[in-house]
Design a binder for this molecule. Structure first.
Ligand SMILES: [Cu+2]
Length: 168
C-alpha cells in the first residue's frame, strides 16, 4: 500500500511540476548519428532546454561525437583539449543555455558527409521566452535565477511528496 501511495504522489508531483522533467532527444531519431543526414532539418522546430539530453546512437568505431565551438564547427576541426565521445551511445546533458555545436571527427564525415549538428539550448522550462538567449547572446543573469527557482520548486515538490507519504 505504501508503495502505491508513493507512486500516486510522485505522479501528482510529475504532473504539477513538469519543470523537473527533461526531454531525451535521439539525434537523427531512428536514423541515428551518421553521414548524409540533414541534422539542420532534424533540429528545426525542436525545443532544446537546459536539463534535456542529446543521445547520439551509432555503430561504435564508425563515428564519434566532438563537442565543438562555433569556429571549429565551421571548419570541422577538433578544438584543442576536446576528447571525442566514442561509446556508440553517447549521452550529453545540456547544462547551459546558448548555442551548441557537435560534429563527427571520423574521416571527412563532417566536411563531406555533413555529419554535424548545431542547436540552441533555451533556459529550463517555466521561464518566460524573453529570457531565452539569442544565438549570439551570452546567458542573461535572469535565466540563472529562474533556473535556481525551478530547481527549488522541484525539490520542494519532492519534500512535500515524502511528507504526504509519511502522513497518509
Ligand atoms: Cu562519422
Amino acid at each position: 500500500m505504501a508503495s502505491l501511495k508513493l507512486f500516486i504522489v510522485l505522479v501528482i508531483v510529475a504532473i504539477t511540476f513538469p519543470s523537473i522533467l527533461a526531454t531525451d532527444h535521439i539525434v537523427g531519431d531512428e536514423t541515428g548519428w551518421t553521414i548524409n543526414f540533414d541534422y539542420k532539418a532534424w533540429a528545426q522546430g525542436k525545443v532544446f532546454r537546459v536539463g534535456d539530453r542529446l543521445i547520439f546512437n551509432y555503430e561504435q568505431g564508425a563515428h564519434n561525437v566532438i563537442r565543438a565551438d562555433g569556429a571549429s564547427f565551421q571548419q570541422c576541426a577538433k578544438p584543442n583539449g576536446v576528447e571525442a565521445l566514442t561509446t556508440g551511445s553517447d549521452v550529453i546533458t545540456l547544462a547551459t543555455p546558448g548555442r551548441k555545436w557537435y560534429f563527427c571527427g571520423v574521416g571527412k564525415h563532417c566536411e563531406v558527409g555533413n555529419q554535424k549538428l548545431a542547436i540552441t539550448v533555451l533556459a529550463a522550462e517555466g521561464e518566460s521566452p524573453a529570457s531565452a538567449p539569442s544565438p549570439s547572446a551570452n546567458t542573461p543573469p535572469s535565466a540563472a535565477t529562474a533556473r535556481t527557482a525551478s530547481v527549488f520548486y522541484g525539490m520542494m515538490a519532492v519534500v512535500l511528496a515524502f511528507a504526504a507519504v509519511v502522513m497518509v
